[in-house]
Write a protein that binds this ligand. Structure first.
Ligand code: F0G
Length: 482
């Protein structure tokens, strides 16, 4: 329910929480920021937090905890086996999804490791609307391949379509027919499709995918890491969900999907990972891997305090006032930028505001990593840390060739309940300045390229002296401002 402002033009999203713990931030002068990004190999992952003003790298594990989460974490039961804390996690999962079979893992990619180890045979393919970096890495590690079947609308940077993460159902049916169901490890639906701008999947589309899976005897998997945002969009954009309460939506999904897993660094505002299913047949296929890779079945590599926080966070994911804050702030930022003419992914999705870096620097070739260049440039001019989500985040093909990302995105994640509106105004201001000075942004080239998940630790250097020119222009326009 939106709270209306007296003056319509002053309307902004309103927080339904107050801040009671604060953390000091620092904004270094631009000369120091230039030095920091060079030392970080132009990779925002390698910056140090003390050199960052607003950390918009991710929404993973950096969401603000509620008073009830902090309180819950104090009563954690630290026993290796049979922990009461795990019982409370199970109760929370049961409340949210209605499922009884729960496997713990230390985070989302650990769930993916277990899924891939248990379900992917060499030569098999996993079909999905879109891959996520760690998902694909685990599937290819176990000898499988990934095929993406997102509807065409998903790759259009700007449209008015409310569910750009939807599967192309026709393609799903024909791909299953062509490959044969036995060659498909599973079909994975990624809620809030991360790499294409946090775009949601409709309830209708999700249920249609699970129907197709059941008809073909193929396992259906829901990556629910970004489900909280996705459910918000179902509620606000899909007619059939308007009068459903949130729990009904979560339960309906759990009734239809064979397996649900999630990163509790996102869903649950905490840390950790969960795999759950209505049917113990599926959790039994994976259970042996938990003590092997993660830890005993009642903690799975998680810290008990985080587990308690997760349990409480899961209850909060049923609260519309909590789950609307992220998407509404993201929408505010995307609208501010779009109104100015900055190319952003539209409609705004969950997770963060995504700049279309391909349109920011249209003449820059993929091999010079436009999205990473825009991320480095924005850090220099603002102290804001975003994340490259484009060609640099892809992995090379086995023959060493480089697949170019369909969308070169620079993501400004909006951690939930963390930043204020004036901070987002600062973000919009500096992005607008960068947009007006975009002709100064140059490309990047490799210095050290890791072979797996190269975006995490790879080091690059700028081509030419564009960063010094950017600094000079900043000083001309902003004087001695930070
Ligand atoms: N699935 C999705 C959709 C994700 O967004 C992530 C993480 C994972 C799985 C893996 O979970 O980090 O707990 O191991 N996304 C983070 C991000 C890293 O910044 O977007 P994890």
């Amino acid at each position: 329910m939106q709270i209306k402002f007296y003056q319509e033009e002053e309307q902004v999203p309103l927080e339904m929480h107050k801040v009671r713990v604060v953390q000091k931030l620092f904004l270094r002068p631009i000369e120091e920021r230039l030095q920091c990004i060079k030392e970080a190999g132009n990779n925002t992952f390698l910056l140090q937090n003390r050199d960052i003003y607003l950390d918009m790298l991710t929404d993973s594990g950096v969401n603000a905890m509620s008073d009830l989460q902090l309180a819950a974490s104090m009563r954690a039961d630290d026993s290796y086996a049979g922990s009461e804390t795990f019982t409370r996690v199970k109760e929370a999962v049961k409340e949210v999804f209605g499922t009884e079979n729960v496997l713990p893992a230390h985070q989302g990619r650990a769930c993916e490791n277990i899924l891939a180890s248990a379900l992917v045979k060499p030569g098999q393919t996993a079909l999905m609307n879109f891959h996520f970096t760690t998902t694909k890495a685990h599937i290819t590690r176990t000898g499988g391949t990934v095929e993406e079947l997102v509807a065409e609308k998903g790759l259009k940077p700007q449209s008015s379509d409310p569910f750009k993460g939807d599967f192309d159902l026709k393609k799903l049916r024909t791909t299953i027919k062509e490959k044969g169901a036995e060659n498909i490890a599973f079909v994975r639906v990624e809620a809030g499709t991360n790499l294409i701008g946090g775009q949601p999947v409709s309830l209708e589309n999700m249920l249609a995918v699970t129907d197709i899976c059941h008809d073909n005897n193929i396992i259906s998997v829901l990556d629910a890491s970004l489900l909280q945002d996705n459910v918000y969009f179902m509620k606000t954009r899909e007619a059939r969900c308007k009068y459903m309460d949130l729990k009904t939506i979560y339960h309906l999904l759990a009734d239809h999907f064979d397996i649900i897993y999630f990163s509790a660094r996102k869903l649950g505002f905490a840390k950790g990972g969960i795999i759950t299913s209505k049917d113990e047949r599926f959790t039994k296929m994976m259970v042996e891997y938990i003590p092997l890779y993660e830890g005993f079945l009642t903690y799975g590599g998680m810290d008990v305090r985080s587990m308690e926080a997760m349990a409480q966070g899961l209850y909060e994911s049923l609260d519309m006032e909590y789950i609307s804050q992220g998407p509404e702030f993201i929408n505010y930022l995307a609208k501010e930028l779009n109104d100015y003419g900055v190319p952003v992914i539209l409609p705004a999705g969950g997770l963060g505001c995504h700049l279309n870096a391909g349109a920011f620097v249209p003449d820059m070739p993929h091999e010079q990593y436009p999205a990473a260049a825009v991320a480095a440039a924005l850090y220099i001019v603002s102290g804001i840390r975003g994340m490259e989500r484009g060609t640099l985040s892809e992995q090379r093909n086995p023959d060493g060739t480089e697949p170019f990302a369909e969308l070169e995105l620079m993501r400004l994640a909006v951690p939930r309940r963390v930043y204020t509106l004036s901070q987002l105004k600062y973000v919009a201001d500096r992005v607008k300045w960068l947009w007006d000075n975009r002709e100064l942004i140059g490309g990047l080239e490799w210095v050290e390229e890791p072979s797996v998940l190269r975006f995490f630790t790879g080091r690059l250097k700028e081509i030419g002296f564009w960063q010094e020119q950017l600094l000079e222009k900043f000083r001309q326009d902003f004087g001695d401002s930070l």
